[in-house]
Design a protein around this ligand. Structure first.
Ligand SMILES: NC(=O)c1ccc[n+]([C@@H]2O[C@H](COP(=O)([O-])OP(=O)(O)OC[C@H]3O[C@@H](n4cnc5c(N)ncnc54)[C@H](OP(=O)(O)O)[C@@H]3O)[C@@H](O)[C@H]2O)c1
Length: 365
């Protein structure tokens, strides 16, 4: 009787008011109840409270926007207050909560996540700074957040890693990403690990960088293969995980096709209607030395590890898009959106022409 009475009341309310149904109440591990209400969209209440560490980055902004649209209360931890201002209109009043944090301060981490049922960790850096090396930014920080999340009773932890994360990789960044996965799993065993491929979008360091610095993408004669994925697809997949948890899984989210940098440079050139770069192919040793010298400037420049990564093919593993309920789109579908700004004024509205796709063996089925 004790258990059925509230259910009967809910059923009655559903029939009379037509407002709430059984599926509006979800119980997450740790018995956290999630109660959704309201109309769909921006003004809805999904019932979830989510913290997105690393929200101020490229992927984080799109994820917060998608979560806000679903009516989720999102805690957005920031280091620089200006970086967090853009989140304000992404959710209804009171739904976007901005909080200052420091990766080395347990108390601020706990404050940011203690009321959340789901925590996303998108924190990562693919170059070293004087305060944070690859390990500190990608592995130790993730472990710290996951440990505090476990202590605070968070139900779901989603760690964003990288498609090429591997402890045996020649790249220190990919090694740190793999170590981060292991450390997170050790302190939060049911964590979901998500491994996206290289992402493209407005603020990427991929397509737009190719338009500006083609010379650095010609390394290895452009023969390195990559599996680019649209940032919106990854953000949607991550947002879907909130309502469709994949506890204790590793999900890989590569792009639908495997392409060479050579093809992508051709694509950039034909979409922007700019002549192909005639810069020479820089040998690896020279590129590494130049990248080391470049580290003396105070803004992020091509790092020696990035030179190493330009010679590493993206992992050839199947994608788990079905698990996150997203159909990934091809790079050609969105290229013009992000590359039109590199066209000259007289070419601005000309139709888009794509170069022929490379040999079929390079294109995933
Ligand atoms: N971009 C890609 O192509 C790609 C591909 C696969 C995987 N990933 C992974 O996906 C995640 C998100 O990528 P992204 O492109 O959005 O990265 P991003 O634009 O570089 O953003 C990284 C985020 O991490 C935060 N962060 C970095 N170091 C920090 C530190 N020491 N303390 C506190 N916060 C720190 C940044 O905060 P601030 O804004 O305060 O600096 C920012 O919010 C990363 O883990 C990345 O490794 C990215």
């Amino acid at each position: 009787m004790i258990t059925t009475a509230p259910k009967m009341m809910r059923l009655q309310r559903t029939i009379i008011a037509g407002k709430r149904a059984y599926h509006d109440l979800v119980t997450l591990p740790g018995s956290k109840p999630i109660v959704s209400s309201g109309p769909p969209g921006y003004s809805a209440v999904s019932g979830h409270r989510v913290t997105v560490f690393g929200c101020t980055g490229f992927l984080g902004r799109y994820l917060v926007s998608k979560l806000g649209k679903m009516g989720t209360q999102v805690i957005v931890p920031f280091r620089d207050e200006d970086e967090a201002r853009l989140f304000k209109p992404m959710g209804d009043l009171g739904q976007i909560v901005r909080m200052g944090w420091d990766m080395r301060d347990d108390q601020t981490i706990a404050e940011c996540l203690r009321h959340s049922d789901t925590v996303y960790n998108l924190v990562g850096r693919d170059y070293e700074t004087k305060n944070y090396d690859f390990r500190a930014a990608n592995a130790l920080g993730s472990e710290r957040i996951a440990k505090i999340a476990a202590e605070c009773g968070v139900s779901q932890f989603i760690q964003v890693s990288h498609l090429n994360a591997s402890k045996t990789s020649p790249s220190k960044f990919y090694q740190a990403k793999a170590e981060g996965e292991e450390l997170v799993k050790a302190v939060f065993p049911s964590a979901t690990i998500v491994r996206p491929g290289p992402m493209f979008g407005y603020e990427d360091k991929f397509l737009t960088n190719m338009a500006v610095w083609p010379i650095w993408w010609k390394l290895n004669h452009g023969q390195t293969t990559t599996r680019p994925v649209h940032v919106m697809d990854v953000a949607q997949g991550l947002a879907n995980l909130m309502t469709n948890p994949q506890f204790s899984k590793t999900l890989t989210l590569p792009g639908p096709s495997t392409l060479t940098y050579e093809y992508l440079l051709e694509l950039v050139s034909s979409v922007t209607l700019q002549p192909a770069s005639r810069a020479p192919v820089v040998p690896k040793g020279v590129a590494t030395v130049l990248a080391k010298i470049g580290q003396n400037v105070w803004w992020p420049s091509l790092s020696p590890d990035e030179v190493t990564r330009r010679y590493i093919d993206d992992a050839d593993v199947p994608g788990d898009w079905d698990a996150v309920g997203v159909q990934p789109s091809e790079i050609e579908t969105h290229a013009i959106t992000y590359l039109r700004r590199y066209r000259s004024a007289e070419n601005y509205v000309r139709p888009v022409v794509f170069p022929p796709r490379p040999a079929p063996s390079l294109v995933a089925e």
